[in-house]
Design a protein around this ligand. Structure first.
Ligand code: ADP
Ligand code: MG
Length: 784
């Protein structure tokens, strides 16, 4: 065989493997071919002084930045400078695979690179590459700690590129933010960048706007940001006097009796009135027909009150502290400061606990991660687990993924799942396994489902004489320090899936010697135990990926039982009575197929929920874009002045006489923007109502989304003429004094305070239920 034939064969084998293993990924062969040129250029760059290296980067600035993706020559130059800059600034010379990652990011892909492969450096080099071509880049991370860490860590590299960099975090004021966003590369968490976007969208002075229009998003941990967080909108609200709480509904509901007046389903996610309950409620309300069109609002109120009363438990789901209802984030096990339930439910719980209604205020504006990312002409991302969400990324973000091979082959040993009949059997086996592995000093990392389970397990381990460290999700920075030591000899670390993410686990400890490292290698590296399969295989893989970094040895195993959440949610009906041994371990091999199946059902249901949310938010976000276009013209142009000049010429002349041109334009702008923003906020409230009532009425013939559109579109189009009409009326009313106009007197009052929060997933989301049913139904049909 000639060399050419051999390489052709290798190439086609590789292609075939790609088609079989990872059908959704982009072919990187083209970029691999550029690597020798990078190597050659590296030799020249080695000779340069730092200033000359920066000069080489600056030379790229003159090249054609208008093209959305760099040319091959530009890719080579960016990678070569990046490799040299990383070597000088951090002592880390980027591996070939990292440069492939850089090229993937520069061409707008989501790259999959395993944990520990060095994605932080990859992201920074790509960000610099974009910046040199005149594009403003946001590097978006999952939390504030990582944004700060990465910006500081990568600054010396970006300095050598001559590219400015900064980050935003919650403590920053407006000036600091404006400065950070003024840099060529800005690091920030998804919520900080999102909240700044929301605040900017309501600014009435151009000087208050902190973000400039960004061009490129580089999203770290892209699957969690783009998929997991995408369902949860960021909200900005303004205080208004809180309305009277619906204590009537709470009072009526508190008198109902379970079984007789209402029923709940087995997993405690739904509650409904029985016919007897319905008539009690109808009588208590003075004889309304709850199921008539007119009664639907009352029915909605009774339903949330019932949910609040029956399905949410004080001290489990929430605390009552200082006359306030505070949510407990069950997966993190702590009070979730920035979260609340959707408004109706929040108020209902407050009424139940007889605390004053919180400042629910009105929602001024909201945005989903998806809406937020739609602003960036170029989106790219990086994660250890992209393949599993390839379909979602393509459907919702039109993103393709590129799989980057590891620098050293992965030699981690993943054992088959061990499945038990009961939870007690499972945990006994987990403790025994930790004991066995720990005996020789091999470090063990145990991933649990939530904090409560972490603590339970820690207790069991302690009783077995095993000392462990528990990550309690107190704060991200502290966690990072703890998990960094999980590879130390003899360490036992218990953690939730989310905890300590983004932190590298080095064998032998973060400051260990080569000797420490070698000892742990001898023991087989880090051993990862999962206490249950997660709701997606992607999360399982993330946990496994903690072991076996950069070619290190490592191992992983998952324990499961028939009562695990994922099994109950996805496929609760386990066929037959599976045989078990004396320890309660299921011996029939078919059982792992059943668990895989349950997980696939849950994954499909989540996709369906995402799809459904998107159907609703897409319309709202399009309308918002339209309105923002108009708002921009008002904010930055003469639109308001022109409008009021032509509508009320006389009034305008009076005003013109006492105010200078700029002050007059402020006044006009302020009035029109006020009405515009208020109408938008009202529109959002109406849409929320429409959506809720559509679901409750559950009209058989119409699909809810069509009905939603029918209501939402005319409502929206009425906003512009209405805002202009109201602005005209206000303008006619204002009193003008020496030096200014009394806007407050004419009712132009913005909320006295605003705040931002993340909407907590509705625990009884009817969408979630429907999605799960739909998926189960389809699968059953397919199987049956
Ligand atoms: P990831 O985000 O992919 O999990 P990180 O960016 O956190 O990985 O990097 C993991 C570790 O690898 C860090 O300690 C980093 O300093 C190191 N690293 C990254 N790139 C290189 C390189 N080219 N050479 C040596 N070490 C590197
Ligand atoms: Mg990382």
């Amino acid at each position: 065989m000639t060399q050419k034939q051999a390489s052709l064969l290798t190439r086609s084998r590789r292609l075939l493997r790609r088609l079989v293993d990872r059908p959704a990924s982009v072919d990187l062969t083209r970029y691999e071919a550029l690597l020798p040129a990078v190597g050659a250029r590296e030799q020249d760059l080695l000779e340069l002084t730092d200033a000359e290296l920066t000069g080489a980067a600056t030379a790229l600035r003159d090249s054609d930045g208008a093209r959305p993706t760099p040319t091959d020559e530009q890719l080579v130059e960016i990678c070569a400078i990046g490799r040299e800059a990383g070597r000088r600034a951090l002592g880390e010379r980027a591996f070939d695979v990292q440069l492939l990652g850089v090229m993937g990011l520069l061409t707008g892909r989501v790259i999959q690179m395993a944990t520990g492969e060095g994605k932080t450096l990859v992201g920074a080099i790509a960000a610099a590459g974009h910046a040199l071509r005149g594009r403003h880049v946001h590097v978006i991370s999952v939390n504030d700690y990582l944004a700060r860490r990465d910006a500081r860590w990568m600054r010396p590299v970006l300095d050598l590129f001559g590219v400015s960099v900064d980050w935003v975090e919650p403590g920053h004021g407006r000036a600091e933010r404006a400065r950070a966003y003024g840099c060529e590369v800005t690091y920030g968490s998804v919520s900080e960048i999102g909240f700044d976007l929301l605040r900017d969208r309501l600014a009435t002075l151009t000087a208050d706007v902190v973000q400039r229009t960004p061009d490129v998003a580089v999203v770290d941990e892209a699957d969690s940001v783009l998929v997991d967080e995408a369902r949860v909108p960021l909200v900005m609200a303004g205080s208004v006097a809180s309305g009277a709480p619906d204590t009537e509904a709470a009072r009526i509901v508190s008198r109902l009796r379970p079984g007789l007046h209402y029923e709940t389903d087995a997993d405690g996610r739904n509650a409904w009135l029985t016919p007897a309950g319905t008539s009690v409620v109808e009588k208590a309300l003075g004889g309304v027909d709850l199921y008539s069109e007119a009664g639907s609002r009352r029915l909605a109120a009774i339903n949330v009150a019932l949910h609040a009363h029956v399905l949410l438990t004080r001290d489990v789901d929430y605390l009552v502290r200082d006359d306030k209802v505070q949510l407990i984030n069950t997966s993190r096990g702590r009070v979730a400061e920035l979260q609340r339930w959707p408004d109706g439910l929040q108020t209902a719980v407050e009424a139940k606990e007889q605390v004053p209604p919180s400042d629910q205020g009105e929602i001024l504006d909201s945005v989903t991660v998806q809406g937020m990312l739609a602003r960036y002409p170029t989106v790219s991302g990086m994660t250890g687990t992209a393949v599993a969400v390839a379909e979602t990324l393509r459907e919702f973000y039109k993103l393709e993924i590129a799989v980057i091979p590891p620098n050293e082959p992965n030699i981690r040993l993943d054992a088959a799942d061990r499945v038990f009949a009961t939870r007690a059997d499972k945990f006994r086996a987990v403790v025994a396994e930790v004991q066995r592995v720990h005996a020789g000093g091999r470090p063990v990392l145990i991933g649990t489902q939530d904090v409560a389970e972490s603590e339970e397990l820690a207790g069991k381990l302690a009783r077995a004489g095993l000392d462990c460290v528990v990550l309690n999700a107190r704060n991200d920075a502290e966690e990072a320090e703890i998990i960094a030591e999980a590879g130390t000899k003899g360490a036992i670390t218990v953690s939730t899936q989310m905890a300590g993410r983004g932190t590298d686990i080095k064998l032998g400890g973060s400051h260990g010697t080569t000797d420490d490292y070698e000892q742990v290698v001898e023991l087989g590296g880090l051993y990862v135990i999962g206490t249950a399969r997660y709701r997606s295989s992607r999360l399982d893989d993330q946990l496994r990926g903690r072991a076996g970094r950069q070619g290190d040895p490592g191992g992983s195993i998952f324990f499961a039982c028939l009562n695990d959440e994922v099994v109950l949610a996805g496929a609760p009906d386990v066929p037959g009575n599976p045989p078990t041994d004396d320890n309660g371990e299921v011996t029939s091999p078919a059982i792992s197929r059943h668990i895989d199946h349950a997980q696939r059902v849950t994954e499909a249901a989540n996709l369906e929920i995402h799809r459904n949310t998107w159907r609703y938010t897409r319309l709202i976000e399009r309308q918002r874009d339209d309105l923002l276009g108009y708002r921009e013209e008002v904010l930055r142009g003469e639109r308001a002045t022109e409008l009021l000049r032509s509508r009320c010429p006389q009034r305008f002349a009076e005003l013109d006489a006492v105010l200078d041109g700029a002050a007059r334009d402020r006044v006009c702008r302020e009035i029109l923007l006020f009405h515009l923003d208020e109408l938008w906020s009202r529109h959002l409230a109406v849409l929320a109502d429409v959506r809720e009532s559509i679901h409750l009425r559950a009209l058989g013939r119409e699909t809810p989304i069509d009905e939603f559109h029918r209501a939402a579109i005319p409502e929206f189009h009425a906003i512009y003429p209405e805002a202009e009409r109201l602005a005209e009326a206000t303008f006619a009313e204002i009193t003008v004094e020496e030096g200014g106009a009394d806007l407050a007197g004419a009712g132009v009052r913005r909320p006295t305070s605003t705040w931002t929060y993340v909407v907590h997933d509705n625990p009884f989301d009817s969408d979630a239920e429907q999605a799960l049913k739909k998926v189960r139904g389809t699968l059953r049909k397919r199987r049956g």
